[in-house]
Design a protein around this ligand. Structure first.
Ligand code: SF4
Length: 285
C-alpha cells in the first residue's frame, strides 16, 4: 500500500478535521460523532456517536507508527474525544507508548461538560500523563444564546471548567462563533462573550464563521424568520466589539474568514490596537 492508502485505511472519512494549531499533528481516530449532538447550528457531527475499540486503535497505531515514527505529539480524533472516561484515555495513552514511544503530548476536542465530569485529581493525572491541550467550542458567553442554540452548557460552567484546566496545567484553545446570536442579539453576544473570555486564560481564540447548513434547526429558524442571519460586515462589526472588550493576555486571537476572504490575527493584549486597526481598515473598504 502507498502512504496515502495507509492513511486512508485508518480514518473513517476521507477528510479529517484538525484544529488550526494541530494541522501537522499525527491523528489517531478514537471516536466518531459527538456525544451531545444537539446544537442547532451544527452540521459537523453526522456520525452516530461511538468510541472505537482498543483493538482497532492498536491496529491503527501500528500503521501510524510506521508512517510517523518520530512524532512526539498525537491528536485523539473525534468530535469530543475528551468525553471518554479517564481510565479509557489512560489506556489509549498506554497503548500509544507501546507503538509510538516518542509521543509525550496529547491533544483532542472537548466539550465543557467533558471537563466538568472529571475530578481535579483526574485532570491532574491526565495532565501528568501528557494531555497538553483541549480544543473547545465555547461559541458564546451569553447564556440565553447558548440556551437558544441548545449548546447544553452555561457561561458559568464554562468558566469553572476552564479554571480547573488552568489548575491541572492543561492548555485550552477556544472557538467562538460571531453571528451566533443573530442580528437581534449581536451586541449581547459580543459583550457577554468578552466577559466570559476575560475570566479565563485561553492560548488561542479562534473565530469560526457561522454557516447555516441546510439540514440544521438554525437554518429552519432563519427560513421561518425567527433567526436573523447577519451579513459579513455586520459580523465583523460584532467582532470589533468583542475585541474591544477583551482583556485576555498572551492569547492569539484569529479569524481566517473575515468578510469571507481575509485573515485577522494578533496576540492579545499586546497587539489589540493593531487588531482593531486592521478590523477598522477592512470595515472601511
Ligand atoms: S458539541 Fe460540538 S460537535 Fe457536538 S453538536 Fe455541539 S457543536 Fe456539534
Amino acid at each position: 500500500m502507498t502512504r496515502e492508502e495507509l492513511y486512508q485505511s485508518i480514518y473513517t472519512h476521507d477528510t479529517i478535521y484538525l484544529p488550526p494549531h494541530e494541522q501537522t499533528t499525527a491523528a489517531l481516530e478514537v471516536s466518531l460523532g459527538c456525544s451531545w449532538h444537539k446544537c442547532t447550528f451544527c452540521d459537523f457531527a453526522k456520525d452516530t456517536f461511538q468510541i472505537h475499540s482498543l483493538e482497532r486503535m492498536d491496529h491503527d497505531l501500528e500503521i501510524l507508527a510506521g508512517l510517523r515514527p518520530e512524532d512526539t505529539r498525537l491528536f485523539f480524533l473525534g468530535e469530543n474525544a475528551f468525553c471518554m472516561g479517564t481510565e479509557q484515555l489512560l489506556d489509549i495513552i498506554e497503548l500509544t507508548h507501546r507503538h509510538m514511544p516518542k509521543v509525550r503530548e496529547y491533544a483532542m476536542y472537548s466539550r465543557i461538560d467533558d471537563i466538568s465530569g472529571k475530578s481535579e485529581q483526574e485532570l491532574k493525572r491526565l495532565s501528568q500523563e501528557g494531555v497538553r491541550a483541549l480544543h473547545i467550542g465555547v461559541e458564546s458567553g451569553s447564556d440565553s444564546i447558548l440556551e437558544a442554540r441548545r449548546k447544553g452548557i452555561t457561561s458559568a460552567q464554562t468558566i469553572e471548567a476552564l479554571l480547573r484546566l488552568d489548575r491541572a496545567g492543561i492548555d485550552y484553545y477556544l472557538t467562538v462563533i460571531p453571528g451566533l446570536g443573530g442580528r437581534n442579539f449581536s451586541r449581547l453576544h459580543a459583550i457577554e462573550t468578552a466577559r466570559m473570555l476575560n475570566q479565563v486564560h485561553p492560548r488561542n481564540i479562534w473565530c469560526l464563521k457561522l454557516k447555516l447548513w441546510e439540514d440544521t434547526l438554525l437554518y429552519k429558524e432563519a427560513k421561518a424568520g425567527t433567526f436573523e442571519e447577519m451579513t459579513p460586515a455586520e459580523i465583523l462589526r460584532e467582532e470589533r466589539l468583542l475585541v474591544e472588550n477583551l482583556t485576555v493576555e498572551d492569547c492569539l486571537f484569529e479569524d481566517t474568514t473575515v468578510l469571507d476572504q481575509f485573515t485577522v490575527q494578533g496576540v492579545l493584549m499586546r497587539q489589540k490596537g493593531e487588531l482593531l486597526g486592521a478590523i477598522d481598515y477592512l470595515l472601511s473598504l
